[in-house]
Write a protein that binds this ligand. Structure first.
Ligand code: 13P
Ligand code: SF4
Length: 324
């Protein structure tokens, strides 16, 4: 049998950024990007934000096509809100350890094992899991969303660290927490952070609530990516230690630069010295090249079965209403 024909490598335009801008207009597309995208993608986006802001932006879209530079659950959420628009992503493999670690069938069984409990799910879940939930939250509104279920039994899924932090902030010790983790935030080393703090005693530590308890205990501020960026700019500290994906550095530096300021920004150390573990391997699957091809060909497309979409829409809409 003859060997399979080799596909010639795609020839890409030299001015990728210019072509992406041109195609965005030609295809009547809007480009939404999370803060964990590479700098060039953030700079090309029509809107850059955290998970909550991106849902709110997706709700306002008036173009035919949404190009989502983030991970799959984010694009899926945009599709749930925009069933008549085309939603495409640069790489369909851009998943998330939290969403992937909470399979719908197992989650359904978990809910059945706790009859009467309300289900508060983090947005980092599949559409099927959202469809099994009463309310969705993001890292920036989780504490507020939990208040909606005061006095009631609540299942929180799927991030155990965020769940524990939300429980502590809310003074609740009865949350039933699904034991998922974010592989990026889980890898920050509490010991390494303590050592770094000793070397920089004036530094302020900013951490995302997906980090382990022992890391959060050493943070001056715990916040979503938007909260971290805002505090990094507003803080009087000249040195910052940041425990989240390092895509946020770009926005912090841009905002400081706009005010003619600079700060020393240090990454919180990982367990594995010298690795680039604080880059989300899923988010970073998106590249300028794949973004160009995605805009040119309008694929790969993200779809959601209509019955799942309709059920998943309800808890998302409730979150948007409660966060307004
Ligand atoms: P936020 O955008 O809500 O800060 O969440 C970060 C994250 O890990 C997204 O996957
Ligand atoms: Fe998922 Fe963590 Fe990557 Fe966010 S940073 S997409 S939670 S794996």
């Amino acid at each position: 049998m003859p060997p399979p024909a080799l596909r010639a490598p795609e020839s890409l335009p030299t001015d990728l950024e210019g072509e992406i801008r041109r195609l965005k207009d030609e295809q009547n597309a809007v480009l939404l990007a999370h803060y964990y995208q590479e700098d060039e993608i953030q700079d090309l986006a029509d809107f850059v934000g955290d998970s909550l802001a991106l849902v709110q932006a997706a709700k306002r879209v008036d173009r035919d096509v949404i190009v989502f530079c983030g991970v799959h659950f984010m694009a899926e959420t945009a599709k749930i809100l925009n069933p008549t628009r085309k939603v495409v992503v640069p790489d369909l493999e851009a998943g998330c350890s939290l969403a992937d670690g909470c399979p719908p069938d197992e989650f359904r069984a978990f809910i059945e094992a706790h009859p009467g409990a309300k289900v508060l799910s983090y947005i980092n879940t599949s559409a099927e899991v959202k469809a099994l939930s009463d309310l969705i939250c993001t890292s920036s509104n989780a504490v507020g969303m939990l208040k909606h279920f005061e006095g009631q039994k609540v299942i929180f899924a799927p991030d155990r660290h965020l769940g524990r932090w939300v429980a502590k902030e809310s003074g609740r010790d009865d949350l039933i927490i699904w034991p998922g983790i974010c592989i990026v935030h889980e890898q920050f080393s509490a010991r390494g952070l303590a050592e770094l703090k000793m070397r920089h005693p004036d530094a302020e530590v900013l951490a995302h609530p997906e980090c382990d308890d022992a890391v959060l205990a050493q943070a001056d501020h715990v916040a979503s990516t938007t909260g971290i960026i805002r505090r990094a700019v507003e803080s009087p500290a000249e040195t910052l230690i940041i425990a989240t994906e390092d895509g946020v550095f770009h926005q912090i530096e841009r905002k400081l630069e706009a005010e003619g300021r600079r700060k020393t920004i240090l990454q919180a150390p990982g367990m594995d010295e010298g690795c680039s573990c604080n880059r989300c391997p899923f988010m970073r699957l998106n590249t300028l090249e794949k973004l160009y091809l995605c805009l040119r060909d309008l694929e790969p497309e993200v779809t959601v079965p209509e019955d799942v979409r309709v059920r998943a829409l309800e808890p998302i809409e409730l979150m948007l209403e409660l966060s307004a």
